[in-house]
Design a protein. Structure first.
Length: 214
């Protein structure tokens, strides 16, 4: 999933909901906003293992839900919910490239956002928060010498920026970018003994969505 594909998804969503000529309602304290869209997740190829090499997790795309609650017109708390599948290979180890199969990640992220222009139709924001990533479903096609892979759950830090466009008083279009700092430990059982490593994922998460304000 490329950036231009995500942008095209947003354009189609906006086109499907024609804007109405009216005053801008803007963001208000107590607003609850539910969003649905698609995100692209682009991890970094970095980290280390006890047999050398660098982890290479695959990029992926997935649906996402998010919920935002406005504490005031300028400040809001946002929570995202999505799960992603990644194929992982460790390249350049002492025994060559080693496929570790797939892993699913569930990365709930909470950010506190600042909205400097809450009364504008184009309303940008920035935010910061925390992430806790749960790894599950390790499996799939692996190197013949690998018997099991265990990716540990991990805490991370998140930065966030985006913009809302008010289509109607209740409907919004959104583009959002997050950067997570995330480095889970990895334990691998092999025919030659245990291998430990750390995957410095630090993914960019780029998304487009349609939001409904209650």
């Amino acid at each position: 999933m490329q950036f231009k594909t995500i942008a095209a998804t947003l354009a189609l969503a906006v086109a499907a909901m024609p804007a109405m000529a009216q005053d801008v309602r803007g963001k208000q304290a107590g607003d609850i906003v539910l969003g649905a869209g698609i995100i692209g997740v682009f991890p970094r190829n970095a980290g280390s293992t006890t047999i050398g090499g660098t982890p290479h997790p695959s990029d992926t795309a997935t649906p996402q839900l998010d919920l935002t609650y406005f504490l005031s017109p300028n400040f809001a708390v946002n929570v995202i919910a999505a799960t992603t599948r990644h194929d992982v290979t460790v390249r350049g180890t002492a025994v060559g490239d080693v496929g570790l199969g797939r892993v699913w990640l569930l990365p709930p992220t909470v950010t506190l956002q600042y909205h400097p222009l809450p009364t504008s139709r184009f309303s940008p924001y920035v935010g910061a928060g925390v992430n806790y990533t749960v790894a599950y479903g390790e499996g799939g096609s692996r190197h013949p010498a690998v018997s099991s892979v265990d990716v540990q759950n991990a805490w991370g830090f998140a930065l966030n920026a985006g913009v809302d466009y008010e289509i109607t008083p209740n409907w919004l279009a959104n583009v959002d970018v997050k950067r997570l700092w995330l480095s889970p430990d990895v334990r691998v059982s092999t025919a030659l003994g245990p291998v430990r490593g750390q995957a410095d994922l630090d993914p960019w998460i780029v998304g487009a969505s349609v939001r409904y304000r209650f």
